[in-house]
Design a protein around this ligand. Structure first.
Ligand code: BG6
Ligand code: MG
Length: 220
């Protein structure tokens, strides 16, 4: 497939922080009496914090909120969310993910994280994943989040690999769209794999090794 680099989404792919996003938004919505469920949460995958709030507010029928009130809500959500993140340790990364990423890197591929999250550096640090990647492109470095391709194009630029030689690994429909718009190959994991919109659907994380035709028998 001419692939030279793999760009991993973070939340919901490398770590299950997608669960913490859900719990934090749920707490905030419950406090405000706004209906929120897993189906709505699915639409928040990959999109920015501010855009997530707008999606949640589609079910809000109270008086119009000022920009200051919205800012207060996103800041509060982030405080709740960071409370969960601060408890994370390397044990929150599965052996399957850690070993697969290591094998891909050992096989000579360039690796990056491409995430909409402004908490990316914090999460990579807490889980001990920072050193596994050559580059990190995240929500602090971009102006438009997924489905815009900006974060993935930035990662490819950092890696000095052409977009068509990059494979994206994503759990969000917005992320698969971003990868396609960037002109990259896409592999869907978890939630996005149900949509059958990517070039590859992963049943398990290790399926990446077959896609990249890496010998899984190699001990690393
Ligand atoms: C993405 C998540 O990775 O990051 C989204 O899938 C989230 O759900 C976005 O809204 C922004 O995250 P953060 O950490 O900057 O609030
Ligand atoms: Mg994700």
């Amino acid at each position: 497939m001419g692939c030279e680099a793999v760009i991993f989404d973070l939340d919901g792919v490398l770590v299950h922080t997608d669960r913490f996003h859900y719990l934090a938004w749920k707490q905030l919505s419950d406090e405000r009496g706004i209906y929120f469920d897993e189906e709505i949460n699915r639409r928040l995958r990959g999109v920015s914090r501010d855009e997530s709030l707008e999606i949640i507010l589609e079910r809000y029928d109270g008086p119009a909120l000022t920009p200051e009130e919205k800012k207060e809500m996103t800041e509060k959500k982030n405080v709740i969310y960071r409370g969960f993140l601060s408890q994370m340790t390397p044990a929150d990364v599965t052996d399957e993910v850690r070993d697969t990423v290591r094998r891909i890197r050992k096989a000579g591929y360039r690796l990056a994280v491409g995430s909409s999250s402004k908490n990316t550096a914090f999460i990579l640090d807490k889980t001990g994943l920072t050193g596994y990647f050559d580059e990190v492109a995240d929500g602090t470095m971009i102006t438009k989040t997924k489905p815009d391709p900006e974060v993935f194009l930035l990662a490819a630029e950092q890696l000095a690999v052409r977009p068509e030689n990059c494979l994206i690994v994503e759990d969000a429909a917005a992320g698969i769209e971003a990868g396609k718009r960037a002109g990259m190959k896409t592999a869907a994991y978890g939630d996005a794999a149900k949509d059958r919109i990517a070039d590859y659907d992963l049943e398990q994380f290790t399926d990446l090794l077959q896609i990249l035709t890496i010998d899984t028998g190699v001990n690393v």
